[in-house]
Design a protein around this ligand. Structure first.
Ligand code: NAD
Length: 417
């Protein structure tokens, strides 16, 4: 099992322990929150194109349904393990509670290498996986969404398989669907847009203006490049961006639209005209107002945390900062906006999509943007209030707020039987 997955679950449980102490959480609630409510492990026999049959292992975990149906993505990756799925479903529980969505938390995954599979193999595997987790999922039980290496195509297959087995169309069973079968406007750019809204609130808190700050972004994919576009639009100077091949830098500022056009042609931002090439490690240590890790987990570590040269770190990626680095960042007075807040725009617009699917009422783009902005602003202000009142860093404050909400829901409902 990849060591990082064991660490991820261990870290999540350590964080829960810290939060339980701050909140003086009832012992029985703490015990309940240490474990997922329900986990299903399934075998997924799949005919491969070469005539052989492979049996993949898949998981679906419902960590908590105290506040509503479970919600969380499905990941296709060779490193997927039960521990990883459990840890991610716990984080989904806190994320949904933090921004006040009426959802619990869930996650799923299949240990497979989608890069080595044909579209037909992926389709057969996805349909069989859906049939195997059918007892768990449903629009009022557990609603999957895209995650690493899954997207609208896989969501369409899941929605269709579920609907065929039920005998009628059930668009509310997944979010992140293509627009023509009930997807929501703005879902594909929701994480980047939501992150920009949270950053604007953070800057306001420090009396800074988005048009007067510099920003470096690690990762120029779906989340990072969209955030870059929204920031550029309001005048933020994007001084560096990167992808897996390296980073580009220009202290006078970069144009995200030009970088995207160049990346589309060449597959990377590296080499784009008018930029200096630097390494991903150098990007993280650049002097700037805002650093946005938007690529991988564990990139800000004990080794480089002392060299981070930003006033604000906005965690668009999931888990980019290690527990050890967190402490250093806080002690150095850098304001860190944690992942469960900074990247909650995606699940928020997933919630809008689910509501639209259940009510068969389509919202306009303006309605979606306005509602997203309000939810992200409220999430930030609620977390900041807790941070100030209890003298906590923002990471602990967001978790305290989220765990308290889940705990309150459990208490209000009472323990069955
Ligand atoms: P993506 O695959 O679209 O983009 C990832 C980017 O990171 C790419 O530009 C890739 O080249 C770059 N990258 C890969 N390895 C790198 C390395 N070693 N150094 C620097 N850059 C590297 O993925 P995404 O959807 O943008 O997700 C990025 C992060 O944001 C992930 O942690 C993901 O969990 C998180 N996130 C995304 C969403 C969403 O809606 N897309 C929602 C919540 C959280």
């Amino acid at each position: 099992m990849p060591e990082k997955n064991i660490r991820m679950l261990d870290n999540a449980l350590i964080q829960l322990q810290n939060v339980a102490e701050v909140l003086e959480l009832d012992q029985w609630i703490h015990e309940m929150l240490k474990k997922p409510e329900r986990v299903l492990i399934v075998s997924i026999p799949t005919h491969m194109d070469n005539g052989t049959t492979k049996v993949f292992t898949g998981y679906r975990c419902q960590y908590s349904t105290a506040r509503g149906p479970a919600k969380g993505g499905i990941r296709y990756h060779p490193d997927v393990t039960l521990d990883e799925v459990i840890a991610l479903s716990m984080l989904m529980t806190w994320k949904c509670a933090l921004v006040g969505l009426p959802f619990g938390g869930g996650k799923g995954g299949v240990a497979c290498n989608p890069k080595e599979m044909s579209e037909n193999e992926l389709r057969r595997m996805t349909r069989r996986f859906t049939a195997m987790i059918l007892p768990l999922i449903g629009p009022d039980k557990d609603i999957p969404a895209p995650d690493v290496y899954t997207g609208p195509r896989e969501m369409a297959w899941i929605m269709d398989t579920y609907s065929m087995l039920k005998g009628y169309s059930v668009p509310g069973v997944v979010t992140g669907k293509p627009l023509n079968i009930g997807g929501s406007l703005g879902r594909n750019i929701a994480t980047g847009r939501g992150a920009a809204f949270v950053l604007f609130e953070s800057l306001k808190h420090f009396g800074m203006s988005p048009s007067n700050v510099t920003c470096a972004i690690q990762g120029f994919g779906n989340a990072g490049s969209v955030a870059a576009k929204f920031l550029y639009k309001v005048g933020t100077k994007i001084i560096a961006v990167s992808d897996s091949k390296g980073a580009v830098y220009n202290k006078e500022g970069l144009n995200p639209k030009k970088l995207l056009e160049y990346k589309e042609k060449t597959g990377t931002v590296v080499g784009c005209e008018g930029c200096e090439t630097i390494s991903n490690a150098e990007l993280l240590e650049l002097e700037c107002d805002v650093l946005i890790p938007a690529a991988l987990e564990n990139v800000i570590t004990e080794e480089n945390a002392a060299n981070i040269n930003a006033k604000i770190v906005l965690e668009v990626a999931n888990g980019p900062t290690t527990v050890e680095a967190d402490k250093i960042i806080y002690e150095r007075g850098i304001f860190l906006v944690p992942d469960i807040l900074a990247n909650a725009g995606g699940v928020t617009v997933s919630y809008f999509e689910w509501v639209q699917s259940l009510t068969t009422w389509l919202w306009t783009k303006d309605e979606i943007i306005t509602r997203l902005e309000k939810i992200m602003q409220r999430g930030f202000r609620d977390a900041l209030t807790v941070a100030k009142e209890k003298e906590l860093d923002m990471r602990t404050a967001t978790q305290v707020l989220a765990v308290e909400r889940v705990s309150d829901a459990i208490k209000t409902r009472g323990l069955f039987p």
